[in-house]
Design a protein around this ligand. Structure first.
Ligand code: ADP
Ligand code: MG
Length: 270
């Protein structure tokens, strides 16, 4: 294993028409780090994650994940081949606000689907792996349930297991708990915390500021398509240098979202 950063982003730019959404993003993530990406709505957080996963194709800059690297140049008509895009995409697993589970498949089948169809993993092996991952997210007993029989928190945990099944080097979470009822947030955060303990590299877009402070090694505050401030939570959250960071965090304090921390029960099979 190399000690090079697992993610290196330099000079990343993304525009939609005349709207420049990412203006020159530079970002380094070390192996095993947890990065919390915070900032106001519209600041470009989702677009940045989508660029790392190539759901959006950047207009400029370079993204390296692991040993793969792609340079984007808006003037070029040549994009990387579909195959190299697919390989690159597979290095990251993404979890969205809405789970997008296949409704006609059980939890187990949802987690097996990618490995079987994309990685051509033998079914018995995919089944065993899926059961192990469901157990890891506290849902061993729910393997044969269909999504409509699962709570939002359980569905999101299946979605996390499904992303892990593809063995990504990095997990990307885009407001994974924002759509959940408040009492279900803790069980999902707890799974994410477990992944952090296991050494999974993760980038989390989150409004759970207390959680970010607890699990993140690095906090990035984005504003208007730039990284306005970045550093350890003890600085960016507890003692921000930038007025814009202070103003943003002040809104959370005002709405009592910073303290107290959500209670985080053990992920259970319940
Ligand atoms: P955040 O996740 O921080 O709320 P986004 O990355 O979703 O911000 O959006 C940043 C800006 O990019 C917004 O102005 C948004 O309207 C614009 N944007 C995002 N996706 C698209 C798209 N597919 N087409 C056009 N504009 C988009
Ligand atoms: Mg977003």
């Amino acid at each position: 294993m190399s000690s090079r950063p697992i993610i290196e982003i330099t000079g990343l730019k993304k525009s939609f028409g005349t709207n420049t959404v990412l203006k020159d993003i530079n970002l380094t993530v070390e192996r095993g780090q947890v990065v919390a990406l915070i900032g106001p709505s519209g600041s470009g957080k989702s677009t940045l994650l989508r660029c790392i996963n190539l759901l959006s194709i950047p207009n400029g800059g370079r993204i390296s994940v692991g040993d793969q690297s792609i340079e984007f140049n808006g003037k070029l008509t040549k994009l990387p081949s579909e195959k190299s895009l697919a390989n690159f995409r597979a290095t990251t697993g993404m979890v969205f606000q809405h789970f997008n589970l296949f409704p006609h498949m059980t939890a187990l089948q949802n987690v097996m689907e990618g490995p079987v169809t994309v990685l051509k993993m033998p079914k018995a092996q995919a089944d065993a792996q899926a059961r192990e991952l469901l157990s890891k997210v506290g849902l061993a007993e729910r393997a044969d349930y269909y999504p409509d029989k699962l709570s939002g928190g359980q569905k999101q945990r299946v979605a996390i297991a499904r992303a892990l099944a593809m063995k990504p080097a990095v997990m990307l979470f885009d407001e994974a708990t924002s759509a959940l009822d408040p009492e279900l947030v803790g069980e999902v955060l707890n799974v994410i915390k477990g992944l952090a303990r296991d050494g999974m590299t993760m980038i989390l877009v989150t409004h759970e500021i207390a959680f970010a402070r607890e699990v993140a090694d690095q906090v990035i505050f984005m504003r208007d398509g730039v990284v306005a401030e970045c550093g350890p939570p003890s600085v960016v959250i507890n003692n921000p240098r930038q007025e814009s960071t202070r103003a943003f965090l002040g809104r959370f304090k005002a709405s009592e979202n910073v303290v107290p921390m959500h209670p985080v029960p053990e992920a259970s099979a319940a």
